[in-house]
Design a protein around this ligand. Structure first.
Ligand SMILES: Cc1ncc(COP(=O)(O)O)c(C=O)c1O
Length: 403
Protein backbone atom coordinates (compact mmCIF):
# COMPACT_ATOMS: atom_id res chain seq x y z
CA UNK A 1 0.00 0.00 0.00
CA UNK A 2 1.32 3.48 -0.82
CA UNK A 3 2.17 5.24 2.47
CA UNK A 4 3.85 8.54 3.38
CA UNK A 5 7.17 6.63 3.59
CA UNK A 6 6.73 5.27 0.06
CA UNK A 7 9.14 6.24 -2.71
CA UNK A 8 6.24 6.86 -5.08
CA UNK A 9 5.16 10.45 -5.79
CA UNK A 10 1.93 10.96 -3.88
CA UNK A 11 -0.43 11.62 -6.82
CA UNK A 12 -2.64 8.71 -5.70
CA UNK A 13 -2.34 8.90 -1.94
CA UNK A 14 -5.97 7.98 -1.33
CA UNK A 15 -5.53 4.55 -2.92
CA UNK A 16 -7.99 1.95 -1.75
CA UNK A 17 -6.54 -0.52 0.74
CA UNK A 18 -6.49 -3.54 -1.54
CA UNK A 19 -3.97 -5.01 -3.99
CA UNK A 20 -4.85 -7.50 -6.68
CA UNK A 21 -2.87 -10.53 -7.63
CA UNK A 22 -4.77 -12.05 -10.52
CA UNK A 23 -7.89 -11.71 -12.60
CA UNK A 24 -10.21 -13.68 -14.83
CA UNK A 25 -13.06 -12.18 -16.84
CA UNK A 26 -14.93 -9.66 -14.69
CA UNK A 27 -13.33 -10.96 -11.47
CA UNK A 28 -10.22 -9.94 -9.55
CA UNK A 29 -8.57 -11.73 -6.62
CA UNK A 30 -6.72 -9.81 -3.93
CA UNK A 31 -3.52 -10.88 -2.21
CA UNK A 32 -5.59 -12.68 0.45
CA UNK A 33 -7.51 -14.70 -2.13
CA UNK A 34 -10.78 -12.69 -1.86
CA UNK A 35 -12.72 -12.39 -5.13
CA UNK A 36 -14.12 -9.02 -6.29
CA UNK A 37 -16.58 -8.16 -9.05
CA UNK A 38 -14.84 -5.52 -11.14
CA UNK A 39 -17.26 -2.81 -12.31
CA UNK A 40 -14.40 -0.42 -13.07
CA UNK A 41 -12.33 -2.50 -15.54
CA UNK A 42 -9.22 -0.41 -14.94
CA UNK A 43 -11.32 2.70 -15.78
CA UNK A 44 -12.90 1.40 -19.00
CA UNK A 45 -9.70 -0.28 -20.13
CA UNK A 46 -10.15 -4.04 -19.73
CA UNK A 47 -13.11 -4.37 -22.09
CA UNK A 48 -12.41 -8.05 -22.72
CA UNK A 49 -12.01 -8.66 -18.99
CA UNK A 50 -8.89 -9.79 -17.17
CA UNK A 51 -6.47 -12.42 -18.45
CA UNK A 52 -8.36 -12.94 -21.71
CA UNK A 53 -6.71 -16.03 -23.27
CA UNK A 54 -6.57 -14.55 -26.79
CA UNK A 55 -4.77 -11.45 -25.48
CA UNK A 56 -2.37 -13.49 -23.35
CA UNK A 57 -1.63 -15.62 -26.42
CA UNK A 58 -0.94 -12.69 -28.75
CA UNK A 59 1.25 -10.91 -26.19
CA UNK A 60 3.35 -14.06 -25.71
CA UNK A 61 3.58 -14.89 -29.42
CA UNK A 62 4.44 -11.35 -30.56
CA UNK A 63 6.87 -10.77 -27.65
CA UNK A 64 8.67 -13.96 -28.61
CA UNK A 65 9.03 -12.62 -32.19
CA UNK A 66 9.54 -8.85 -31.92
CA UNK A 67 8.55 -6.20 -29.36
CA UNK A 68 9.89 -2.91 -30.67
CA UNK A 69 11.74 -1.51 -33.63
CA UNK A 70 11.22 2.20 -34.30
CA UNK A 71 8.91 4.37 -36.32
CA UNK A 72 11.90 4.89 -38.62
CA UNK A 73 11.03 1.50 -40.16
CA UNK A 74 7.87 0.12 -41.67
CA UNK A 75 5.63 -1.61 -39.15
CA UNK A 76 3.13 -3.93 -40.89
CA UNK A 77 1.15 -4.44 -37.64
CA UNK A 78 0.45 -0.66 -37.64
CA UNK A 79 -0.93 -0.81 -41.18
CA UNK A 80 -3.25 -3.66 -40.23
CA UNK A 81 -4.49 -1.94 -37.06
CA UNK A 82 -5.00 1.39 -38.84
CA UNK A 83 -7.26 -0.35 -41.37
CA UNK A 84 -9.27 -2.10 -38.66
CA UNK A 85 -9.77 1.12 -36.69
CA UNK A 86 -10.53 3.27 -39.72
CA UNK A 87 -13.10 0.74 -40.93
CA UNK A 88 -15.04 0.76 -37.67
CA UNK A 89 -14.69 4.52 -37.10
CA UNK A 90 -15.17 5.48 -40.79
CA UNK A 91 -11.97 7.48 -40.64
CA UNK A 92 -9.05 7.57 -43.10
CA UNK A 93 -5.72 7.88 -41.27
CA UNK A 94 -4.28 6.85 -37.91
CA UNK A 95 -1.43 8.09 -35.74
CA UNK A 96 -0.45 5.71 -32.94
CA UNK A 97 0.76 6.67 -29.45
CA UNK A 98 0.60 5.36 -25.90
CA UNK A 99 -2.12 7.13 -23.92
CA UNK A 100 -5.35 9.06 -24.20
CA UNK A 101 -3.58 12.31 -23.34
CA UNK A 102 -1.08 11.79 -26.16
CA UNK A 103 -3.87 11.01 -28.63
CA UNK A 104 -5.64 14.23 -27.63
CA UNK A 105 -2.37 16.18 -27.70
CA UNK A 106 -2.03 14.96 -31.29
CA UNK A 107 -5.57 16.10 -32.06
CA UNK A 108 -4.80 19.57 -30.66
CA UNK A 109 -1.60 19.76 -32.70
CA UNK A 110 -3.58 18.84 -35.81
CA UNK A 111 -6.00 21.67 -35.03
CA UNK A 112 -3.05 24.07 -34.73
CA UNK A 113 -1.73 22.98 -38.15
CA UNK A 114 -5.22 23.34 -39.60
CA UNK A 115 -5.19 26.91 -38.25
CA UNK A 116 -1.84 27.63 -39.91
CA UNK A 117 -3.26 26.46 -43.22
CA UNK A 118 -6.04 29.01 -42.78
CA UNK A 119 -3.50 31.71 -41.73
CA UNK A 120 -4.94 31.93 -38.22
CA UNK A 121 -2.17 32.92 -35.80
CA UNK A 122 -3.92 32.59 -32.42
CA UNK A 123 -6.31 29.69 -32.92
CA UNK A 124 -9.12 29.04 -30.46
CA UNK A 125 -10.52 25.60 -29.64
CA UNK A 126 -13.92 25.36 -28.00
CA UNK A 127 -14.33 22.58 -25.42
CA UNK A 128 -16.87 21.77 -22.72
CA UNK A 129 -17.08 22.53 -19.03
CA UNK A 130 -16.56 19.40 -16.88
CA UNK A 131 -14.56 17.81 -19.70
CA UNK A 132 -11.49 15.66 -19.22
CA UNK A 133 -8.96 15.24 -22.01
CA UNK A 134 -5.78 14.29 -20.13
CA UNK A 135 -2.99 15.53 -17.89
CA UNK A 136 -0.40 16.89 -20.33
CA UNK A 137 -0.25 20.69 -20.39
CA UNK A 138 -2.27 21.10 -23.58
CA UNK A 139 -4.87 18.47 -22.67
CA UNK A 140 -5.40 19.79 -19.14
CA UNK A 141 -5.77 23.24 -20.65
CA UNK A 142 -8.39 21.79 -22.98
CA UNK A 143 -10.22 20.22 -20.04
CA UNK A 144 -12.90 22.53 -18.68
CA UNK A 145 -12.23 21.39 -15.12
CA UNK A 146 -10.40 23.89 -12.85
CA UNK A 147 -9.52 21.11 -10.36
CA UNK A 148 -7.02 19.56 -12.78
CA UNK A 149 -5.66 22.93 -14.00
CA UNK A 150 -4.87 24.49 -10.64
CA UNK A 151 -1.16 24.96 -10.06
CA UNK A 152 -0.19 24.47 -13.70
CA UNK A 153 -0.82 27.99 -14.95
CA UNK A 154 -0.06 29.56 -17.33
CA UNK A 155 -2.31 27.25 -19.31
CA UNK A 156 -1.80 26.58 -22.99
CA UNK A 157 -3.66 29.21 -25.03
CA UNK A 158 -6.41 29.28 -26.31
CA UNK A 159 -9.28 27.18 -25.07
CA UNK A 160 -12.75 28.43 -24.15
CA UNK A 161 -15.40 26.34 -22.44
CA UNK A 162 -19.16 26.05 -22.92
CA UNK A 163 -21.81 23.92 -21.20
CA UNK A 164 -22.68 20.56 -22.71
CA UNK A 165 -25.82 20.64 -24.91
CA UNK A 166 -25.87 24.46 -24.96
CA UNK A 167 -26.15 25.15 -28.69
CA UNK A 168 -26.61 28.88 -28.18
CA UNK A 169 -23.24 29.24 -26.47
CA UNK A 170 -21.58 27.60 -29.48
CA UNK A 171 -23.37 29.94 -31.87
CA UNK A 172 -22.22 32.86 -29.74
CA UNK A 173 -18.53 31.82 -30.03
CA UNK A 174 -18.84 31.14 -33.74
CA UNK A 175 -19.91 34.72 -34.35
CA UNK A 176 -17.73 36.37 -31.67
CA UNK A 177 -14.54 34.47 -32.57
CA UNK A 178 -15.05 33.79 -36.25
CA UNK A 179 -11.48 34.77 -37.10
CA UNK A 180 -9.92 32.54 -34.44
CA UNK A 181 -12.14 29.50 -33.87
CA UNK A 182 -10.71 26.38 -35.54
CA UNK A 183 -12.15 23.39 -33.71
CA UNK A 184 -14.75 22.09 -31.29
CA UNK A 185 -13.53 19.26 -29.09
CA UNK A 186 -15.66 17.11 -26.79
CA UNK A 187 -16.34 13.72 -25.26
CA UNK A 188 -19.66 12.39 -26.63
CA UNK A 189 -20.31 11.23 -23.07
CA UNK A 190 -18.25 12.91 -20.38
CA UNK A 191 -16.70 10.30 -18.13
CA UNK A 192 -14.72 12.03 -15.43
CA UNK A 193 -17.21 14.92 -15.53
CA UNK A 194 -20.02 12.64 -14.32
CA UNK A 195 -21.48 10.56 -17.19
CA UNK A 196 -22.98 13.62 -18.90
CA UNK A 197 -24.38 12.73 -22.31
CA UNK A 198 -24.11 15.02 -25.34
CA UNK A 199 -27.53 14.70 -26.96
CA UNK A 200 -27.86 13.41 -30.53
CA UNK A 201 -29.35 16.78 -31.55
CA UNK A 202 -26.41 18.63 -30.05
CA UNK A 203 -23.82 16.44 -31.80
CA UNK A 204 -25.65 16.86 -35.11
CA UNK A 205 -25.78 20.60 -34.53
CA UNK A 206 -22.02 20.69 -33.88
CA UNK A 207 -21.36 18.69 -37.07
CA UNK A 208 -23.47 21.15 -39.05
CA UNK A 209 -21.73 24.18 -37.53
CA UNK A 210 -18.30 22.70 -38.21
CA UNK A 211 -19.26 22.04 -41.84
CA UNK A 212 -20.73 25.50 -42.35
CA UNK A 213 -17.82 27.36 -40.72
CA UNK A 214 -14.93 25.15 -41.79
CA UNK A 215 -14.09 24.01 -38.26
CA UNK A 216 -12.73 20.67 -37.09
CA UNK A 217 -15.01 18.49 -34.99
CA UNK A 218 -12.84 16.50 -32.57
CA UNK A 219 -14.47 13.65 -30.65
CA UNK A 220 -12.52 12.37 -27.69
CA UNK A 221 -13.61 8.73 -27.61
CA UNK A 222 -10.78 7.66 -25.34
CA UNK A 223 -13.32 6.33 -22.85
CA UNK A 224 -16.43 5.85 -25.00
CA UNK A 225 -14.78 4.18 -28.01
CA UNK A 226 -14.66 0.53 -29.06
CA UNK A 227 -18.05 -0.67 -27.94
CA UNK A 228 -18.28 0.82 -24.44
CA UNK A 229 -21.55 2.67 -25.13
CA UNK A 230 -23.17 -0.01 -27.29
CA UNK A 231 -21.83 1.32 -30.61
CA UNK A 232 -18.30 1.00 -31.93
CA UNK A 233 -17.98 4.75 -31.32
CA UNK A 234 -20.38 6.90 -29.32
CA UNK A 235 -20.74 9.52 -32.08
CA UNK A 236 -22.49 6.79 -34.07
CA UNK A 237 -25.54 7.02 -31.77
CA UNK A 238 -26.12 10.39 -33.46
CA UNK A 239 -24.78 9.27 -36.88
CA UNK A 240 -22.11 11.94 -36.50
CA UNK A 241 -18.65 11.52 -37.96
CA UNK A 242 -15.96 13.77 -36.51
CA UNK A 243 -12.96 15.07 -38.45
CA UNK A 244 -10.65 13.80 -35.72
CA UNK A 245 -11.37 10.96 -33.31
CA UNK A 246 -9.18 9.82 -30.43
CA UNK A 247 -9.25 6.36 -28.93
CA UNK A 248 -7.29 4.60 -26.16
CA UNK A 249 -8.36 2.67 -23.05
CA UNK A 250 -10.12 -0.47 -24.44
CA UNK A 251 -7.80 -0.54 -27.45
CA UNK A 252 -5.04 -2.47 -25.65
CA UNK A 253 -7.16 -4.17 -22.94
CA UNK A 254 -4.47 -2.92 -20.53
CA UNK A 255 -1.51 -2.84 -22.89
CA UNK A 256 -0.72 0.87 -23.45
CA UNK A 257 -1.75 2.03 -26.91
CA UNK A 258 -3.84 4.91 -28.24
CA UNK A 259 -4.66 6.43 -31.60
CA UNK A 260 -5.61 9.73 -33.16
CA UNK A 261 -7.71 9.15 -36.29
CA UNK A 262 -8.33 11.71 -39.00
CA UNK A 263 -10.68 12.11 -41.92
CA UNK A 264 -11.15 14.40 -44.87
CA UNK A 265 -9.82 17.94 -44.15
CA UNK A 266 -7.88 16.66 -41.09
CA UNK A 267 -5.86 14.18 -43.18
CA UNK A 268 -2.22 14.80 -44.11
CA UNK A 269 -1.78 17.76 -41.75
CA UNK A 270 1.12 15.99 -40.03
CA UNK A 271 3.89 15.95 -42.60
CA UNK A 272 7.24 14.21 -42.05
CA UNK A 273 8.93 15.43 -38.86
CA UNK A 274 5.85 17.26 -37.54
CA UNK A 275 5.06 14.72 -34.81
CA UNK A 276 6.54 11.53 -33.45
CA UNK A 277 6.98 9.01 -30.67
CA UNK A 278 9.56 6.43 -29.66
CA UNK A 279 7.22 3.81 -28.24
CA UNK A 280 3.92 4.52 -30.04
CA UNK A 281 2.57 1.89 -32.40
CA UNK A 282 5.17 -0.79 -31.66
CA UNK A 283 4.78 -4.19 -33.31
CA UNK A 284 3.70 -5.61 -29.93
CA UNK A 285 1.19 -2.90 -29.02
CA UNK A 286 -0.40 -3.04 -32.48
CA UNK A 287 -0.63 -6.85 -32.46
CA UNK A 288 -2.45 -6.70 -29.13
CA UNK A 289 -4.85 -3.96 -30.29
CA UNK A 290 -5.61 -5.83 -33.54
CA UNK A 291 -6.51 -8.87 -31.49
CA UNK A 292 -8.70 -6.79 -29.15
CA UNK A 293 -10.67 -5.56 -32.16
CA UNK A 294 -10.91 -9.07 -33.61
CA UNK A 295 -12.33 -10.43 -30.33
CA UNK A 296 -14.81 -7.53 -30.03
CA UNK A 297 -16.01 -8.37 -33.56
CA UNK A 298 -16.07 -12.16 -33.16
CA UNK A 299 -17.79 -12.16 -29.76
CA UNK A 300 -20.29 -9.40 -30.68
CA UNK A 301 -19.19 -7.37 -27.68
CA UNK A 302 -20.60 -4.09 -29.00
CA UNK A 303 -24.05 -5.65 -29.06
CA UNK A 304 -23.43 -7.27 -25.69
CA UNK A 305 -22.52 -3.88 -24.21
CA UNK A 306 -25.77 -2.47 -25.58
CA UNK A 307 -27.93 -5.35 -24.29
CA UNK A 308 -26.24 -5.75 -20.92
CA UNK A 309 -26.20 -1.97 -20.48
CA UNK A 310 -29.95 -1.76 -21.03
CA UNK A 311 -30.48 -4.71 -18.71
CA UNK A 312 -28.24 -3.24 -16.03
CA UNK A 313 -29.99 0.15 -16.14
CA UNK A 314 -33.41 -1.52 -15.86
CA UNK A 315 -32.33 -3.67 -12.92
CA UNK A 316 -30.61 -0.77 -11.17
CA UNK A 317 -33.79 1.30 -11.46
CA UNK A 318 -35.84 -1.56 -9.99
CA UNK A 319 -33.53 -2.39 -7.13
CA UNK A 320 -32.52 1.12 -6.17
CA UNK A 321 -35.96 2.70 -6.54
CA UNK A 322 -36.66 2.48 -2.80
CA UNK A 323 -33.61 4.59 -2.00
CA UNK A 324 -34.52 8.29 -1.80
CA UNK A 325 -30.85 9.25 -2.19
CA UNK A 326 -30.65 7.97 -5.78
CA UNK A 327 -31.41 10.97 -7.95
CA UNK A 328 -30.90 9.57 -11.44
CA UNK A 329 -29.52 6.58 -13.31
CA UNK A 330 -28.16 7.42 -16.76
CA UNK A 331 -25.71 6.24 -19.36
CA UNK A 332 -25.33 4.35 -22.58
CA UNK A 333 -24.27 0.74 -22.99
CA UNK A 334 -21.88 -0.22 -20.21
CA UNK A 335 -21.05 3.35 -19.23
CA UNK A 336 -23.58 4.00 -16.48
CA UNK A 337 -23.81 6.58 -13.74
CA UNK A 338 -25.84 6.40 -10.54
CA UNK A 339 -26.28 9.96 -9.34
CA UNK A 340 -26.64 10.30 -5.58
CA UNK A 341 -28.00 13.28 -3.71
CA UNK A 342 -24.77 13.89 -1.76
CA UNK A 343 -20.99 13.60 -2.04
CA UNK A 344 -20.06 9.92 -1.81
CA UNK A 345 -16.33 9.77 -2.50
CA UNK A 346 -15.94 7.16 0.26
CA UNK A 347 -18.45 4.73 -1.23
CA UNK A 348 -15.92 2.87 -3.39
CA UNK A 349 -14.07 2.11 -0.13
CA UNK A 350 -17.30 0.87 1.45
CA UNK A 351 -18.08 -1.27 -1.63
CA UNK A 352 -14.95 -3.31 -0.91
CA UNK A 353 -16.89 -4.92 1.94
CA UNK A 354 -19.30 -6.26 -0.71
CA UNK A 355 -16.31 -7.36 -2.81
CA UNK A 356 -17.37 -4.93 -5.50
CA UNK A 357 -15.18 -2.41 -7.35
CA UNK A 358 -16.88 0.86 -8.30
CA UNK A 359 -15.65 4.35 -9.00
CA UNK A 360 -16.96 7.80 -8.03
CA UNK A 361 -16.73 10.83 -10.31
CA UNK A 362 -17.91 14.43 -9.95
CA UNK A 363 -18.19 13.93 -6.17
CA UNK A 364 -21.58 12.27 -6.12
CA UNK A 365 -21.84 10.04 -9.20
CA UNK A 366 -21.12 6.31 -9.00
CA UNK A 367 -19.65 5.35 -12.38
CA UNK A 368 -20.03 1.76 -13.57
CA UNK A 369 -17.73 0.61 -16.38
CA UNK A 370 -17.74 -3.19 -16.22
CA UNK A 371 -15.98 -5.23 -18.91
CA UNK A 372 -17.87 -5.53 -22.22
CA UNK A 373 -18.05 -9.33 -21.73
CA UNK A 374 -20.44 -8.93 -18.77
CA UNK A 375 -23.09 -11.70 -18.62
CA UNK A 376 -26.62 -11.38 -17.26
CA UNK A 377 -25.72 -13.41 -14.16
CA UNK A 378 -22.79 -11.09 -13.50
CA UNK A 379 -24.98 -8.03 -14.11
CA UNK A 380 -27.46 -9.39 -11.51
CA UNK A 381 -24.60 -9.92 -9.07
CA UNK A 382 -23.36 -6.38 -9.67
CA UNK A 383 -26.81 -4.92 -8.98
CA UNK A 384 -27.18 -7.08 -5.87
CA UNK A 385 -23.83 -6.02 -4.41
CA UNK A 386 -24.31 -2.34 -5.27
CA UNK A 387 -27.80 -2.37 -3.81
CA UNK A 388 -26.55 -3.88 -0.50
CA UNK A 389 -23.75 -1.33 -0.46
CA UNK A 390 -26.07 1.63 -1.08
CA UNK A 391 -28.67 0.50 1.44
CA UNK A 392 -25.93 0.13 4.06
CA UNK A 393 -24.57 3.54 3.06
CA UNK A 394 -27.89 5.32 3.48
CA UNK A 395 -28.65 3.43 6.73
CA UNK A 396 -25.36 4.72 8.13
CA UNK A 397 -26.09 8.24 6.91
CA UNK A 398 -29.59 8.28 8.45
CA UNK A 399 -28.30 6.73 11.70
CA UNK A 400 -25.64 9.44 12.02
CA UNK A 401 -28.21 12.13 11.20
CA UNK A 402 -30.52 10.76 13.92
CA UNK A 403 -27.84 10.67 16.62
C1 LIG B 1 -12.24 11.07 -22.20
C2 LIG B 1 -10.82 10.92 -21.78
N1 LIG B 1 -9.86 11.55 -22.50
C3 LIG B 1 -8.56 11.45 -22.17
C4 LIG B 1 -8.15 10.70 -21.09
C5 LIG B 1 -6.70 10.62 -20.74
O1 LIG B 1 -6.24 9.34 -21.03
P1 LIG B 1 -4.85 8.83 -20.40
O2 LIG B 1 -5.06 8.71 -18.92
O3 LIG B 1 -4.65 7.50 -21.07
O4 LIG B 1 -3.81 9.81 -20.78
C6 LIG B 1 -9.12 10.03 -20.33
C7 LIG B 1 -8.70 9.24 -19.14
O5 LIG B 1 -9.45 8.93 -18.27
C8 LIG B 1 -10.47 10.14 -20.68
O6 LIG B 1 -11.44 9.54 -19.98
Amino acid sequence: MTSPSSSIMPTYFNRLPVAFERGEGVWLWDTEGKRYLDAVAGIAVCGLGHAHPAITRVISAQAAKLIHTSNNYEIPNQEKLAKQLCTHAQMEQAYFCNSGAEANESAIKLARLFARKKSIDTPLILTLRHSFHGRSLATLSASGTPRIQEGFEPLVARFEYVDINDAEAVTHYISKEKDALVAIMLEPIQGDGGVRIASNDYLQFLRKMCDEHDLLLILDEVQTGLGRTGKWFAGQHAHVLPDILTVAKTLGNGFPIAACLARDKACNLFGPGKHGTTFGGSPLACAVASEVIRVIEEDNLVQNAQEMGDYLQTQLRKKLASLPGVVEIRGRGLMIGVQLDRPCLDISRKALAQQLLINVVANSMIRLLPPLILTQTEADELVKRLSVCLHAYYDTVSASNAS
